[in-house]
Design a protein around this ligand. Structure first.
Ligand SMILES: C[S@@+](CC[C@H](N)C(=O)[O-])C[C@H]1O[C@@H](n2cnc3c(N)ncnc32)[C@H](O)[C@@H]1O
Length: 264
C-alpha cells in the first residue's frame, strides 16, 4: 500500500495519486486542467466526474479549489465547457464561491470577427465557507481623517472626524502580463505549452492558505504551483501524467527545492 508523501510530483494520473490521499487532508487545490481535452488528453483517459468526486473527498471543510479554465472555439462556437464544469462542481456539493477572472494584459492576438480573448476563469470552489481569506489589497483613493456630517434630531448639522481606512480589498479580476521572461524567469518552464504565471499562483496561494498548509495540483505541468507553494512555506503535492513534463518540472524545481523530493 503506497503512502502519500509531501513535496513530491507523482508522474501518474491524478486519480491514482488522490486514491492514496487521506479524506479531508488538503487545504487548497490550485490547478489548470487541460481545457476541453479532459476526456482524452494525449489519449490518456481523464474522467472529469471521477476527478471532482475525488477532489471533494480529499479537500478539507473550508478548503478551496482554484480551477483555471478557458473554452476552445469549435465549429463557430465556444464550447461552454468551463460553465458546465463549474455547475458540476456545484452539483457535487461545492460552493461556487467566486467566479474570478485571470485577465491577460497581452494575450495572443486573434483574427476574425471576435474580440481578442483576454481572459480565463479562475473559479473558486469551496467546501462550505472558506476558512482562510487573506485578500490582496490596494490603497483607497481617499484616506486619513475626513469630515463626516449628519443631521441631528433638531435638524442641526453635526460634524465629526472619522478615520477612513487606507486599504481595501481588490476586485475579483486579477491582471497579469504573460509570456517569455514574464510569467516566470525559469526558461525551462516554457518547454511546457500552457503555463500560468507565477504571480497568479502567488496571489491565490497567499489569499486562501497560511504557512504550513497543504496545496495539491492534480495537473502540475511545469511545476508552477509547486515552486510558488514551496517558496511560500506551504507543503505541496503534485500529479503530472506526462513523463516529459514531469522531467521539466523536476529540472525547474531543483534550484528551489534542495532535497531530493521527486518521485519519477
Ligand atoms: C494546463 S497544463 C498545467 C500547467 C501548469 N499550471 C503550469 O503552470 O505549468 C495541464 C497538465 O495536465 C496534465 N494532465 C493531463 N491529464 C492528467 C491527469 N489525468 N493526471 C495528471 N496530469 C494530467 C497534462 O500533461 C498537462 O501538463
Amino acid at each position: 500500500m503506497r503512502k502519500i508523501e509531501y513535496n513530491r510530483i507523482y508522474n501518474e494520473n491524478c486519480i491514482d495519486t488522490m486514491a492514496i490521499m487521506q479524506k479531508e487532508s488538503v487545504d487548497m487545490v490550485l490547478t489548470s486542467p487541460p481545457y476541453d481535452d479532459l476526456r482524452n488528453y494525449n489519449s490518456y483517459d481523464l474522467p472529469f466526474e471521477k476527478i471532482v468526486t475525488e477532489l471533494f473527498r480529499i479537500i478539507k471543510k473550508g478548503g478551496i479549489i482554484i480551477w483555471v479554465v478557458g473554452d476552445k472555439t469549435e465549429n463557430g462556437s465556444e464550447t461552454g465547457t468551463s460553465f458546465k464544469q463549474a455547475l458540476y462542481f456545484k452539483e457535487m456539493g461545492f460552493n461556487i464561491h467566486d467566479t474570478m477572472i485571470y485577465y491577460k494584459n497581452n494575450p495572443m492576438p486573434t483574427t476574425g470577427n471576435r474580440y481578442h480573448q483576454h481572459f480565463e476563469y479562475m473559479f473558486a470552489f469551496s467546501k462550505s465557507a472558506p476558512k482562510t481569506f487573506n485578500p490582496n489589497t490596494e490603497l483607497t483613493k481617499y484616506n486619513g481623517l475626513a469630515n463626516m456630517k449628519n443631521r441631528g434630531k433638531e435638524g442641526t448639522l453635526n460634524y465629526k472626524k472619522v478615520e477612513r481606512t487606507k486599504e481595501k480589498k481588490v476586485g475579483n479580476v486579477f491582471f497579469y502580463s504573460i509570456g517569455g521572461g514574464i510569467s516566470t524567469k525559469d526558461k525551462i518552464a516554457y518547454k511546457h505549452p500552457a503555463i500560468f504565471p507565477e504571480k497568479l499562483a502567488y496571489d491565490q496561494i497567499k489569499t486562501w492558505t497560511n504557512e504550513g498548509d497543504l496545496i495539491y495540483d492534480p495537473f502540475m505541468g511545469s511545476g508552477t504551483t509547486a515552486k510558488v507553494a514551496h517558496l511560500l512555506n506551504r507543503k505541496w503535492i503534485g500529479s503530472e501524467i506526462s513523463l516529459e513534463y514531469t522531467k521539466i518540472a523536476k529540472e525547474r524545481l531543483k534550484e528551489y527545492v534542495k532535497q531530493n523530493l521527486f518521485t519519477l
